[in-house]
Design a protein around this ligand. Structure first.
Ligand code: 6PG
Length: 472
């Protein structure tokens, strides 16, 4: 009998996802545009070979899947997805289901859902997180599309997903683009987490003069506490790893120019479109762009001189403790921003995305898995209408206990020319967000002065009051 599931796109993620599906007892037809990759994949599939059938041609691939078909596409986001859809659809039958499991822009997913559903096909956009290992042994999957279609593949997705205390980290998060939107914000938060970790590394390395291995030990310790997370854990390991070629600390042979594939940037763009501030995440995206301009940074260093970044004053241990709290506060703020963006997108698009579920399925499998997500899940479970994580009692307590240290660290590093773009953005956001009276009255006066845009008065109704200024 033919399998009812197919997967096209046998890159690293696709291959591992295919093995994971087979490993969980599902027969699977596989296809790849480059035929040699199909052979290579099958050769390496070991015991799972019996569950897999390989195909070189699209037509043959589709004919080898029993109807109604479920076809997973794991290809590069962007025009490649459209090209694969265009190649598949002429051979599909009504009722067949296509799943885009790549890192697609949710706007594309919304468009593709409509087009494919109009043609009588099903379409799900599923964000898959967890890198290669996650794809093979248990990712976190964030699905969007028709609930009915999701029900058809729910068992398979639950089976292949990472488990947190036995619960699969897989969920349907709303119609059309909901899953890919949540994945995009996952990646934005991922950028924030990664950048803030890099910033605290920078303070220890360039401010406190610590060696990589010693910093690795600090992260190892932090991993046991409130910061416990996959990203802290791997950073601890990275910093204690030597380069096999030179014997140097590996971190010192890696060029400080960060790559990015788009999802982090989209998270900042979508936040701006929704008018929901995600400044800590945006700062992390900006920091990657700054890192990429290494030549210009070197020119600027020659122009402005190399600052003395060494912090010699206070005790090192005290600063390390403050750094731990600063990182926690910064992380809470970045997550508060990220979840508020998801909430706004859900309202705007009528997705009804359950925020507690989002936090729950991020607790295992995905790159940002951390102990903090437990508390985030509880916060939204206790109050689904929660407008900001910073308003949840448990997080308010954590912020009250840590924001002073974030402030100390931002002030100290500013004096020593140590850049903390994401952590300082987080602090500014917090200080503005908790200020009942802001300075935006100045902006309103300026807008009225130069453009007669009108303002609200504190003592009268209406929004079209004007100042006594002569024409600017
Ligand atoms: C994940 C990762 C994964 C991938 C991104 C990161 O959740 O498993 O986010 O999707 O690593 O492509 O992208 P950058 O190349 O932009 O860092």
């Amino acid at each position: 009998t033919k399998p009812s599931i197919g997967l096209t796109g046998l890159g690293v993620m696709g291959s591992n996802l295919a093995l994971n599906i087979a490993d969980n007892g599902f027969d699977l037809a596989v296809h790849n545009r480059t035929n040699a990759d199909v052979d290579r994949f099958l050769e390496k599939s070991g015991d799972l070979r019996a569950r897999l059938t390989g195909h070189y041609e699209i037509e043959d691939f589709i004919a080898g899947i029993a109807t109604p078909r479920t076809i997973i596409m794991m290809v590069k986001a962007g025009s490649v997805v459209d090209a694969v859809i265009a190649a598949l659809t002429p051979h599909l039958e009504k009722g067949d289901l296509l799943i885009d499991a790549g890192n697609s822009d949710f706007n594309d997913t919304v468009r593709r859902t409509k087009t494919l559903e109009d043609q009588g096909f099903g379409f799900l956009g599923i964000g898959v997180s967890g890198g290669e290992v996650g794809a093979r042994f248990g990712p976190s999957t964030m699905a969007g599309g028709s609930a009915e279609k999701y029900a058809l593949v729910e068992d398979m997705l639950n089976a292949i997903a990472a488990k947190h205390e036995g619960e699969p980290c897989a969920a349907w998060l709303g119609p059309d683009g909901a899953g890919h939107f949540v994945k995009t914000m996952h990646n934005g938060i991922e950028y924030g987490d990664m950048q803030m970790i890099a910033e605290t590394y920078g303070v220890m390395r360039n401010g406190l003069g610590m060696e990589p291995k010693a910093i690795g030990k600090v992260f190892e310790r932090w991993n046991e506490g409130a910061l416990g997370s996959y990203l802290i854990e791997i950073t601890a390991q990275i910093l204690q790893t030597e380069d096999p070629q030179t014997g140097a600390d590996i971190i010192d042979v890696i060029v400080d120019r960060a790559g990015q594939k788009g999802t982090g940037r989209w998270s900042a763009i979508e936040s701006q479109k929704l008018g929901v501030p995600a400044s800590a995440i945006e700062a992390a995206v900006t920091a990657r762009a700054l890192s990429a301009g290494k030549d210009q940074r070197e020119t600027m260093e020659r122009l402005y001189g190399t600052p003395d970044t060494v912090i010699s004053s206070a005790s090192m241990e005290a600063i390390i403790t403050q750094l731990e709290n600063a990182l926690l506060a910064g992380k809470i703020i970045a997550y508060a921003q990220g979840f508020s963006v998801i909430r706004a997108a859900s309202e705007e698009n009528g997705w009804n995305t359950p925020l507690a579920r989002v936090a729950e399925i991020w607790r295992a499998g995905c790159i940002i898995r951390s102990v903090m997500l437990n508390d985030i899940a509880s916060a939204f479970a206790n109050n689904p209408a929660l407008e900001s994580l910073l308003l949840a009692p448990a997080f308010a307590d954590k912020m009250k206990a840590t924001h002073a240290d974030l402030r100390t660290i931002v002030a100290l590093t500013a004096q020593h020319a140590l850049p903390l773009p994401a952590l300082s953005a987080a602090l500014s956001y917090f200080d503005y967000a908790r200020q009942g009276q802001s300075t935006a009255n100045i902006l309103q006066a300026q807008r009225d002065f130069f453009g007669a845009h009108g303002f609200e008065r504190t003592d009268e109704e209406g929004s079209d009051h004007h100042g006594p200024w002569a024409m600017g």
